[in-house]
Design a protein around this ligand. Structure first.
Ligand code: ZN
Length: 247
């Protein structure tokens, strides 16, 4: 199955949080999208691998994904190894996405940082014929980094205003991970996690509002690319719709 955009996360729910609105929007525009989680999330403080797999499937449906898949890299031990690169190369070659979304390379969780490195290497290596996986070589057009715990100055912000309700619904599908209204365990303590705190979903909402404000819309998701953007016609590109204010 050929995809237009494929997002990798270390864990189920990583892609929903960082680029879920964009995936919802792209699916709504008729593009084929997918999410690959490198682990099954078995080390998470809350829930279990089985529960997280069910939640992952529900979120995938909410986001209109064509493909969702969990790999079997051990949770908490996402390491930058050749074996793990090959697993990601195989996914890229199987789905041949134009765009690959990866976690930002600086993060609090070592799995996220290593996932970033792995996906970046694999996106390049997938294009080399002599790396054998029994598949045709393929290199995505662009690798795009998504925001996690630490912010970056974005290369671009996607307007996800119309997709934001669905993004939050996809996130709430992870009932084992996030605090939902009516849940009792709101106070910090054993079994409590940062993302399980009641204010976590508000933080996501506030962040998306803030990046939306940067482009003059209600909700936005920020992305980073390492290369320069190619612009053929700067007059048209920086037209009246580009920004709502002149800096
Ligand atoms: Zn994660």
């Amino acid at each position: 199955m050929t995809l237009d955009a494929l997002a990798f996360g270390a864990h189920a729910d990583d892609a929903e949080l960082s680029c879920g609105g964009t995936l919802v929007k792209l699916a709504g525009m008729g593009y084929k999208t997918g999410v690959v989680a490198l682990t099954r999330g078995e080390t998470g403080t809350r829930g279990s691998a089985e529960i997280r797999a069910r939640e992952f499937a529900t979120a995938a449906e909410v986001m209109g994904l064509t493909v969702h898949k969990m790999l079997d890299i051990p949770d908490g031990r996402v390491e930058v190894t050749w074996e793990n690169k090959l697993k990601i190369i195989a996914e890229i070659r199987a789905h041949r996405p134009r765009l690959v979304f990866a976690p930002y390379w600086t993060d609090r969780h070592p799995d996220h940082e290593n996932a970033s490195q792995l996906v970046r290497a694999a996106a390049y290596l997938a294009g080399l014929k002599k790396i054998e996986t029994g598949q045709e070589s393929f290199r995505p057009v662009r690798l795009v980094f998504c925001q996690g715990r630490f912010e970056f100055a974005p290369s671009f912000v996607v307007d996800v205003s119309d997709a934001h309700a669905a993004k939050m619904a996809a996130i709430r599908a992870y009932a084992s991970q996030f605090h939902l209204p009516g849940q009792a365990d709101a106070s910090p303590g054993p079994g409590q996690t940062l993302i399980g705190r009641p204010e976590f979903l508000e933080l996501i909402e506030a962040r998306d509002r803030r990046f939306g404000a940067q482009i003059g819309v209600r909700y936005g998701e920020a992305f980073l690319i390492r290369e320069a953007l190619k612009v053929d016609d700067p007059v048209a590109f920086f037209g009246p719709d580009y920004l709502w204010t002149i800096p």
